[in-house]
Design a protein around this ligand. Structure first.
Ligand SMILES: Cc1cc2nc3c(=O)[nH]c(=O)nc-3n(C[C@H](O)[C@H](O)[C@H](O)COP(=O)(O)OP(=O)(O)OC[C@H]3O[C@@H](n4cnc5c(N)ncnc54)[C@H](O)[C@@H]3O)c2cc1C
Length: 684
């Protein structure tokens, strides 16, 4: 038996899979294919499963800034706990957990449907994998390859390094021997590192526009910048199966899991448990210890029923909130269906679907409903969909619509946004290095067990962010973490706590925060606004916001989340503008009918419409149903956008009727567009 192992991490798919492709080439000696997924105790509280050491408590935050405001870099402190470092938040929510489990279990289903299987385990991967490999090597068994997707973030790299160390310390598998080594696939980004016209570990530009222009220099088209994804699956009547050329999936090895001796507290394998049972075990620690702001009422009520014995006792996966903008499952099938719907596909010479993509740029700043933007991010964050698959499809539609410049631009804008995703990945790759010497930089694209070249505490998570690593960053623009408000989340009146709970008294901000808690989602427009409000108006430590987003966002992605937070907070790599959003103006522009605020703040829904975005101007707390009667802060710049102001910015006459044609947000009615922000930078 010669086994090819693929360790799935954030690449939960069988399409566009370099490992499946490699394992099924004629010259590959493998006889079996073993896909593996492991629930890691550093991400999830596994205490409800047998044979786990109870989760490590969250580490005390030792990275408070120094007296002079510069950030401390504590040696080797990593984010290795299921609680966040600054706010001590859970690192996942019931909704993200649900999405993850749907992705993992539907992936296993795809393998099973293809005649194979996938091994699911829980516990420290560095303990499980060497034991599994040792079992496969018994009686002359061979390992043809052991692959995973390359990641650029310290935690994931540390995980790979620990696994490599575990393998190296195994008897007969010492470093330098011909022992099993973890190797990597570059399948994370739209443009893989090897295709970039520069070395990303060294030369990723500090400004997005420069990055984009360099990449677009490859040519914005099929077989230029956009490469055809690997054909490793087929869709048979809506069922996704492995198929590489004419090859079917190689069989799953005959492993005796009960022979594998895992150490005490080192976890185990999930063979016969249902997805509901696994969900029930993983969600319990979250529900027993709700965070500030609580969990979504839909998620919490499903589990409440379960603990009262009203449900089947095996755990209930919660329904989505009825107003959720992402009414989707985490499965690959749901992702591919969404691509078919949003971008469309070529069928018998005709392009089917794709109307939404043809209006993307006009609608992408919308707030309500599933249609205004692609909603690909949640699947992309788990790798359930390949960015190259999306890119190729977008390229096909652009080619088809080439003659209509307006449509072409709308469709192209999806690529523009996907390049933002790549940009943050490569910025993290570049700035995660502690040693700036070319020698160690060139090492970053090799194996993770090369030594300690990665920054021990990546600047991605540090108060002064990427800016601390950019020598050209103007001194006077550098943030001063010592001046930030230090949050006390135990205090109900703390500004950061009121922000988290959607109680700032500024409806546009609170509506977005409540949507996040209730659904695990917030639009890009909302994210920019609430991040600006927390950091520029409340002057709070941006990491509280990034951690709160990490807990709730179903599409949480380390590079995109922390990178965007830095960008909004002014500690990122592009310091040129202040990026302070005016929430009153933004509400007028993007929630012009107040529909968004009405949806998420029902207390205000019956107010006269001119007061919905500024209820404090009504001067009548009795009409606010308990909603704060005063905003937590009020900036002078907001006032010219208040109703009934003579500045011309108000859209309401004294009678409360909307003034026609004044300050109407651009757009086509499906949602406001135009990509307006107060920033001079290239819009996100
Ligand atoms: C403070 C803040 C935190 C964020 N946290 C995350 C996060 O954890 N995960 C995440 O995927 N995105 C994050 N974003 C980026 C962006 O808001 C989301 O990618 C987008 O809203 C997802 O919706 P969509 O898939 O419909 O995007 P679309 O508008 O349809 O865009 C298509 C794709 O482009 C990518 N994209 C779009 N905008 C950005 C951006 N600004 N940065 C990076 N990639 C982008 C995403 O992969 C997205 O799926 C954050 C933005 C801000 C301002």
């Amino acid at each position: 038996m010669n086994t090819f192992i693929h360790y799935h991490t954030l690449d939960l798919r069988i399409h566009d899979s370099p490992s499946l492709h490699k394992a099924h080439q004629p010259n590959n000696r493998s006889t079996h294919f073993l896909p593996l997924y492991i629930f890691d105790p550093r991400q999830l509280d596994l205490s409800q499963f047998p044979n786990t050491s109870s989760s490590r408590p969250a580490q005390a935050s030792t990275d408070a800034p120094n007296q002079d405001g510069s950030a401390k870099f504590e040696p080797r402190q990593t984010r290795c706990s299921p609680k966040s470092r600054v706010g001590k938040f859970h690192r996942t929510s019931p909704y993200r957990l649900k999405f993850l489990l749907e992705a993992v279990y539907s992936l296993r289903e795809s393998y099973r449907r293809s005649g194979g299987d996938m091994l699911i385990a829980y516990g420290p991967p560095e303990k499980i994998i060497p034991q599994l490999i040792a079992e496969l090597q018994k009686n002359g068994g061979e390992i043809e390859g052991f692959f995973a997707q390359r990641e650029y973030t310290v935690e994931e790299i540390s995980n790979y390094r620990r696994i490599s160390d575990g393998l190296a310390s195994q008897k007969g598998n010492a470093k330098g021997d011909k022992g099993v080594k973890l190797e990597f696939n570059d399948s994370k980004t739209l443009i893989p590192p090897g295709q970039l016209p520069f070395d990303p570990s060294r030369d990723t530009p500090d400004v997005y526009t420069e990055f984009r222009k360099k990449v677009e220099g490859l040519g914005i088209g099929l077989d230029e910048m956009l490469k055809r994804p690997l054909q490793t699956s087929e869709n048979v009547d809506g069922e996704i199966r492995v198929k590489v050329g004419n090859e079917k999936l190689k069989p799953f090895p005959d492993v005796k899991f009960d022979h594998i001796k895992l150490g005490e507290g080192d976890g185990g394998f999930l063979i016969s448990e249902t997805v509901e049972e696994v969900y029930a075990k993983l969600v319990r620690p979250l529900l027993d210890n709700p965070p500030i702001g609580g969990w979504s009422s839909a998620a919490a009520s499903a589990s409440h029923q379960e603990s009262n014995g009203n449900a089947n006792g095996k755990g209930e996966i919660p329904e989505l909130h009825s107003a959720s903008a992402i009414p989707f499952e985490g499965s690959v099938k749901a992702a591919l269906d969404r691509i078919d719907d949003y971008i469309g596909q070529l069928q018998r010479g005709q392009w089917q679907g794709g109307n939404k993509a043809k209006h993307y740029k006009e609608t992408r700043n919308g707030l309500l409903g599933e249609g205004f933007s692609t909603k690909f991010s949640s699947w992309l964050s788990l790798g359930s969909v390949s960015p190259k698959e999306i890119g190729w499809r977008v390229g096909q539609l652009m080619e088809k619509e080439g003659r209509d410049k307006e449509v072409w631009k709308n469709v192209y804008w999806i690529l523009f946004e996907l390049l933002w995703r790549d940009y943050f990945q490569y910025t993290v790759l570049k700035t995660s290095l502690s040693d700036q010497t070319p020698k160690s930089r060139s090492k970053t694209t090799s194996s993770p067990d090369d030594g300690d070249e990665y920054h021990p505490n990546s600047s991605l998570f540090n108060p002064d962010g990427f800016s601390s690593q950019i020598s050209t960053y103007p001194k006077d623009l550098r943030p001063k973490p010592s001046e930030w408000h230090s949050a006390n989340l135990q205090d109900e009146n703390d500004p950061a706590r009121r922000w988290c709970e959607g109680r700032t008294g500024v409806p546009f901000i609170d509506a977005n925060m409540r949507e996040l808690i209730q659904t695990g989602w917030m639009s890009n427009r909302g994210r920019q606004n609430v991040a600006s409000f927390l950091t520029k108006d409340l002057y709070c430590d941006w990491r509280i916001g990034a951690e709160f987003f990490e807990m709730h966002l179903v599409d949480y992605d380390t590079c995109s989340n922390w990178g965007n937070w830095q960008y909004q907070a002014g500690v990122g790599n592009d310091p040129r503008s202040s990026r302070q959003f005016n929430p009153i103006k933004q509400a007028r522009d993007y929630d012009e009918n107040n529909e968004f605020v009405r949806t998420w703040i029902p207390e205000l829904k019956d107010l006269p419409k001119e007061y919905i975005q500024t209820p404090w101007l009504l001067n009548d707390p009795s009409k606010l149903g308990g909603y704060p009667s005063k905003p937590i802060v009020e900036l002078p710049s907001w006032k010219k956008h208040y109703p009934n102001q003579p500045s011309g910015r108000n859209r309401y006459g004294k009678d409360g009727k909307q003034n026609k044609n004044k300050n109407k947000a651009k757009g086509n009615g499906k949602g406001p567009g135009g990509g307006k922000s107060n920033s001079k930078q290239e819009n996100q």
